[in-house]
Design a protein around this ligand. Structure first.
Ligand code: GAL
Length: 498
């Protein structure tokens, strides 16, 4: 039995290594950072970016892993006589290289945006047919990340090959600059990007734009009311709720891998349209599905509650797990009470983590509190049906990953008093908060750092199930850890704990 597991782990590792996403060696775990679009749209400036960068540092967010400061649309000002893209000097008076250098001075990384069209979505200058020159400009600005949108494609869309060609041209132009630049496709899940994105990019969006709603359906983000999960169902629009995006990705949630991730869009946490519970569910699922996690809130007005969600190291350790396997949905139940939009369903999502652990999420998107049950047989169906998987035949310890969420008082102190990395370190050390810059998640997990493992709440017996009450519009998020070895012996590295 042991041999079988080892062999499959080896085969898997081999597959991940050879089917490398884009050949640039970047984004081996999903990128973490910030993007202005969700909260600020076109209201961008050098001042905003620099202020945000220093807040990523002083709020302790950089030290739990949020490194990419990404400028979205609305920064350009046409082209010069040589065909080079011009920066809007009203918004960026010292030019983009200066912004980039100052972001890098913090130890952060800098991202920018363009479109595989003749214009960007906000009608700025697009890069279609200017890829080489624009990639050169991006390299001169010393960017580390490019989000590449899909507006105004001059009709060169509608089939996988046409769209692939547009995006591949920029991939090659970026690679030729010699600068390591994470390449993030934003073609809204169109033209089967889930089947080809991995060949040229580090991430690819799978839906139209997210909006700050947990479950409200909107025609602009679905093709037919009844089948929002179909990969053929795309909409270049917006207004995709958290639930709609989850339903869209469910059939192909497993396509992400180290180097190439499925992008569920930037986070809405902290924008104000969802409850605390809904934001926890949104954040946890984005982490477990291995989406890039780009904070979408304006850090100048962030609430303590939102900060305490975004900086949960136990959940970020799921996102940054080196195995890099996205959770998949193992159960969906639509036979539950509905809201006035006719929406109501529950999901169970699960996926493997390094060290033999497993993430397990109960999502209650029904219109009432519910008792939910997860059966090991379903959780490990991917490893073998009818409980034939070895994992189904062992006992598990259940850890709640929100059990030790940061106290709002600490978050408030950070927001009100911290002005530097040192201030943040002092406040966070006093609160015994995890610091991923001094102890990377991989090492923290190997050392069984309790701050990454969550709070022990229950156990599941071999071939058994976990039954739990889940409030309306919330999620319960667990790390399962093997209790006994398959042979009945304890795994060595859990010896101290069990
Ligand atoms: C959309 C894209 C958004 C944002 C916006 C900028 O197409 O999906 O994330 O980048 O364009 O105009």
């Amino acid at each position: 039995m042991r041999k079988t597991i080892r062999r499959s782990v080896l085969l898997f590792a081999f597959a991940v290594d050879t089917v490398r996403a884009v050949n640039n060696g970047l984004a081996r775990t999903p990128p973490l950072g910030w993007n202005n679009w969700n909260s600020l749209g076109c209201d961008v400036s050098a001042e905003l970016l620099l202020d945000t960068a220093s807040r990523l540092v002083s709020l302790g967010l950089m030290d739990v892993g949020y490194k990419y400061t990404v400028l979205d649309d609305c920064w350009s000002d046409g082209r010069d006589d040589n065909g080079r893209i011009k920066v809007d000097l009203k918004r960026f008076p010292d030019g983009m290289s200066s912004v980039s250098a100052r972001i890098h001075d913090h130890g952060l990384l800098f991202g920018m945006y363009s479109s595989a069209g003749h214009m960007t979505c906000a009608r700025g200058e697009g890069s279609l047919d200017h890829e080489v020159a624009d990639a050169q400009s991006f390299a001169e600005f010393s960017i580390d990340y490019l989000k590449y949108d899909n507006c105004y494609s001059k009709g060169r869309a509608g089939s996988a090959s046409e769209t692939f060609a547009r995006y591949e041209t920029m991939a090659e132009a970026l690679n030729k600059t010699g600068r390591p630049i994470v390449y993030s496709l934003c073609n809204w899940g169109e033209d089967f990007v889930m089947s080809w994105g991995v060949s040229i990019a580090n991430s690819w969006r799978i839906s139209g734009d997210i909006y700050d709603s947990f479950s409200r359906p909107d025609d602009r983000c679905s093709c037919t009311e009844n089948d929002p999960s179909s990969p053929w169902c795309v909409s270049p629009g917006a207004h995709c709720s958290v639930l709609t995006i989850l339903n869209k990705i469910a059939p192909y949630a497993d396509r992400g891998q180290p180097g190439g991730w499925q992008d569920l869009d930037a986070l809405e946490v902290g924008l104000g349209g969802m409850t605390d519970d809904e934001y926890i569910a949104h954040f946890s699922l984005w982490a477990a599905l291995k989406s890039p996690l780009l904070i979408g809130a304006d850090l100048r007005t962030l609430s303590p509650e939102a900060l305490a969600i975004l900086n949960n190291p136990a959940v970020l350790a799921i996102s940054q797990d080196v195995l890099g396997v996205p959770a998949t949905r193992v159960e969906r139940n639509t036979d539950v009470p509905k809201d006035r939009y006719g929406v109501g369903e529950t999901h169970i999502w699960s996926g493997p983590l390094s060290g033999g652990d497993q993430v397990l999420i109960f999502l209650n998107a029904a219109n009432t509190d519910l008792e939910m049950v997860a059966y090991l047989e379903d959780v490990f169906v991917g490893q073998g049906p009818s409980c034939s998987a070895p994992q189904c035949n062992q006992d598990w310890v259940v850890h709640d990953l929100w059990g030790s969420r940061m106290d709002d008082k600490v978050a408030k102190e950070l927001l009100e008093k911290s002005k530097s990395r040192e201030d943040a370190a002092r406040i966070l050390q006093a609160a015994n908060h995890y610091n991923a810059s001094s102890l990377p998640y991989k090492e923290g997990l190997e050392k069984l750092d309790i701050r990454l493992l969550g709070t022990k709440v229950d156990e599941i017996s071999a071939r058994g199930s976990l039954s739990i009450k889940v409030k309306r519009h919330s999620a319960k998020v667990f790390r399962l850890r093997p209790k006994l070895g398959i042979t009945g012996k304890r795994y060595n590295h859990f010896k101290d704990e069990l």
